[in-house]
Design a protein around this ligand. Structure first.
Ligand code: NAD
Length: 410
């Protein structure tokens, strides 16, 4: 079964005895606080859209908006739940939320994208705001989409409020490091994992699924640091060269021709073949449900990092554990983006300005701190408890503590 909210429920049921969770606590964790749904009408066409708040005990909701033909309420419920855990794990004063619109952005021109972005805000502006729920970019939404959304929101409410959304262009209140921050955070976690579990950077092969904002930027950072990237892919196909790819050239080809498969010095492979490569590290940076019950037996990577949200189903996760393949979970690996969003939000609300170098240091501190918290508990616990279980435990304890202080739990 793929990652659906049912599989999150199953994971929580497994965690319940480990964490001594009461039924009331599980119920609270599995109940979404607010589900807002709308049909956006643009040029006679209708687009189903959602904004879902999972939990706001720690602070206003925070989480991206995705434009994708497969967006569904169930998917946004999962993504908002993971946002609650991620924000709690990293120690941010945010709850978890997420949004999306079901359509294929690749089939739309710029005017249509603008109309859909503005229609999204027209539908949901009442549940958004810097102290309510703060969106950000996600799959196939970029800083231009975010800029249109901010503009529409400010028109609706009649005043400036840049902190109502993050991932903005720098000129209208964005942070200079937000775009690369998720990749930067993932890079820091990879370095920490190599320190903890061993591995020689100069003799370390990596395959990366997904070559968008996160995958491309992470490839650039890893390549710059001397790692050997043997394979990358986008939604169309992958490329493989056991001697390593020249990532700067792959980026140039992707920018010029729109697909990595046009890169000449590599064998063309499918996304499924990439997932089965024998590499030191497999980086999942595309979408959820990529490693499932059906293909998990073919995975030969030594370690996996989930920089995408939910790329491994719970059934596949159990098999990877049996095969002793280490998985670094999404809520830790991709938290860099929301940490940078937190800096952007703080800056917008105080009117302060922070130099990018300072922000980079703060990001590094928070990512290392989160890694250390998870890794220390992982070492202290019995060997059978994986990194995901530890990360979920830390996050859930924080959310439940906040709920208890608020008097929502006995
Ligand atoms: P993006 O839209 O910039 O890139 C997505 C990439 O995945 C593209 O290269 C696309 O071609 C590729 N892709 C799509 N379907 C694929 C498939 N079936 N097989 C292989 N590749 C496929 O999105 P992004 O912002 O890079 O996000 C990627 C993942 O990271 C998502 O799961 C997202 O939720 C997660 N994430 C993103 C951020 C962020 O700051 N952007 C933060 C946290 C988590």
């Amino acid at each position: 079964m793929n990652n659906t909210f049912d599989s999150i429920l199953k994971r929580l049921k497994i965690l319940q005895p480990l964490m001594n969770l009461t039924d009331d606590q599980v119920k609270l964790l599995t109940t979404h606080k607010k589900i807002s749904q709308a049909e956006l009408e643009v040029n006679g066409e209708k687009y189903p859209a959602w904004r879902i708040m999972h939990n706001d005990a720690l602070g206003p909701g925070k989480g991206g908006i995705r434009f994708h033909p497969e967006v569904s309420e169930d998917e946004i419920k999962c993504l908002s739940f993971w946002m609650s855990l991620k924000n709690a794990l990293v120690g941010l004063p945010f709850g978890g939320a997420k949004g999306g619109v079901r359509f294929n952005p690749k089939e739309k021109n710029k005017d249509e994208l603008e109309q859909i972005s503005r229609a999204y805000i027209d539908a949901f502006y009442k549940v958004l705001g810097e102290t309510k729920d703060i969106p950000a970019p996600d799959v196939y939404t970029n800083e231009q989409v975010i800029a249109w959304m901010l503009d529409e929101y400010e028109k609706k409410v009649g005043y400036h409020e840049p902190g109502m959304i993050t991932g903005k262009p720098v000129e209208i209140g964005g942070s200079p490091m937000r775009k690369e921050a998720t990749a930067q955070g993932g890079f820091i976690i990879i370095e920490q994992a190599i320190k903890a579990f061993g591995g020689d950077k100069n003799n370390f092969s990596i395959a990366i699924q997904g070559f968008g904002n996160v995958g491309l930027n992470l490839a650039k950072m890893l390549y710059g640091a001397g790692f050997k990237i043997v394979s990358v892919s986008d939604s169309q196909a992958g490329i493989f060269n056991p001697k390593g790819l020249d990532i700067n050239q792959v980026i140039a080809v992707k920018e010029d021709k729109g697909r990595v498969a046009e890169y000449p010095e590599a064998e063309k492979i499918s996304n499924q073949e990439l997932l089965g490569l024998e590499v030191d590290l497999l980086v999942l940076a595309a979408l959820e449900n990529q490693i499932t019950e059906e293909n998990v037996s073919r995975v030969k990577a030594k370690k996996i990092i989930e920089v995408a949200n939910g790329p491994i189903t719970s059934e596949a996760d159990a098999v990877l554990k049996e095969k002793d393949i280490l998985v670094i979970p999404d809520i830790l690996a991709n938290a860099g983006g929301v940490v940078a969003s937190f800096f952007e939000w703080t800056q917008n609300r105080t009117g302060g300005i922070c130099p990018p170098e300072h922000l980079k240091k703060k990001l590094e501190f928070m990512m290392k701190d989160s890694w250390n918290r998870v890794y220390t508990l992982f070492q202290e616990n019995d060997e059978n408890i994986d990194l995901r279980t530890v990360a979920w435990t830390v996050a859930i304890e924080r959310i439940l503590a906040a709920e208890k202080w608020r008097g929502h739990l006995k």
